[in-house]
Design a protein around this ligand. Structure first.
Ligand code: SAM
Length: 323
């Protein structure tokens, strides 16, 4: 469906909630009732960046830092593959300990388990992205966070908005299924800029879009800022579904952290993906991008999904083209 910026803004500002139902219908028509699970491994919380909103920012001295060895990562990935996950997502802060060679080695070993691989490791150059792709990575997640350049500069000291955009276009050019997304509720963020974010997803022809409500972390400069609005975040997600009908859209953990059953609400408003956390309990607690990060897996998750009349896809990696 084509929507102008003006129409998107009107929907975001109105009290009318019919966009949730529309997105649910579009989701059913284009990608069906199946839910794809992506098993998430948070392999390092060490980060050289200082994103103002993020609990892992390098300026936060209170975080206990960790990085998993290649063997620890492979053990988690093997368990995930054995438990039936068809996609393994490797996520971390921007940690230069993992050289291109080491990452390629990890990627190719996980690839031999017969799963799809998604990387979410931040900004790299074209050659690095190319090497991971050749080693077997299929997808890459890199949220643009916000398309408002002034706000981007305020939220990301010393980072370069143009480089973040460049990364996303490089990933597309290299043939990755490319995921992006934004935060909803950043200080001084306007509804107009959220409309621009949605139009950017369309311009990029993103294959996956993850929307997260901003949740203030107590050890960051944004600790006293108000939490992002849950319904507004779901509206941004629903509009994204309507505008890019056949893509993969996760019901994000941040949504579940803000509202009980927030993820189920998201699944009924356009989402078709869930990313259960496969990281071991000890390290999971240390990967605190925001407080009270929830995690549901296994039977509890399956029960909740079946209550919504949906089912978990177990026989496909869930690429956009297969939807
Ligand atoms: N370093 C990689 C990157 O930049 O893409 C991946 C890890 S980063 C921690 C993953 C995502 O966490 C970010 O894209 C951001 O949107 C989200 N995030 C960080 N802090 C958050 C907060 N306080 N509330 C909600 N989401 C947050």
């Amino acid at each position: 469906m084509e929507l102008s910026k003006k129409e998107i803004i009107e929907i975001l500002k109105s009290n009318d909630k019919s966009i949730f139902k529309t997105a649910d219908e579009v989701r059913r028509e284009y990608v069906g009732d199946g839910i794809h699970l992506r098993g998430l491994i948070e392999f390092s919380n060490i980060c050289k960046r200082n994103c103002l909103y993020c609990g892992l920012q390098s300026a936060n001295r209170s975080v206990k830092r960790y990085r998993l060895s290649k063997n620890e990562i492979l053990t988690l990935a093997k368990k995930g593959a054995k438990d039936g996950y068809k996609t393994i997502v490797l996520q971390s802060g921007e940690d230069d300990f993992y050289t291109t060679d080491l990452l390629c080695d990890i990627v190719s070993e996980i690839k031999s388990l017969g799963v799809a691989i998604t990387l979410s490791i931040g900004e790299k150059n074209f050659e690095e992205y190319k090497a991971y792709k050749e080693a077997g990575a299929d997808r890459f997640l890199l949220r643009i966070e916000t398309t408002d350049e002034n706000l981007y500069k305020k939220m990301h000291p010393y980072a370069d908005f143009a480089n973040r955009r460049r990364c996303l276009y490089d990933l597309k050019r290299l043939g990755y299924e490319t995921g992006t997304g934004c935060l909803v509720g950043l200080p001084e963020q306007s509804v107009e800029s959220l409309a621009d974010d949605i139009l950017f997803f369309k311009e990029l022809n993103a294959d996956m879009v993850g929307i997260g409500p901003f949740i203030p972390h107590p050890q960051t400069p944004l600790k006293t800022q108000p939490v992002g609005n849950f319904e507004l975040a779901v509206k941004v997600m629903a509009l994204t579904r309507v505008i890019l009908p056949d893509i993969n859209i996760p019901a994000t953990t941040a949504m579940e952290s803000l509202r009980e059953d927030g993820r189920m609400f998201a699944l009924q408003s356009g989402a078709n993906v869930i990313m259960p956390n496969l990281t071991d309990e000890f390290h999971k607690k240390m990967y605190e991008i925001y407080p009270n990060k929830v995690s549901i897996t296994g039977l509890e998750l399956e029960n909740k999904i079946s209550q919504t009349g949906r089912f978990i896809v177990s026989d496909s990696c869930g690429f956009r083209k297969n939807n």
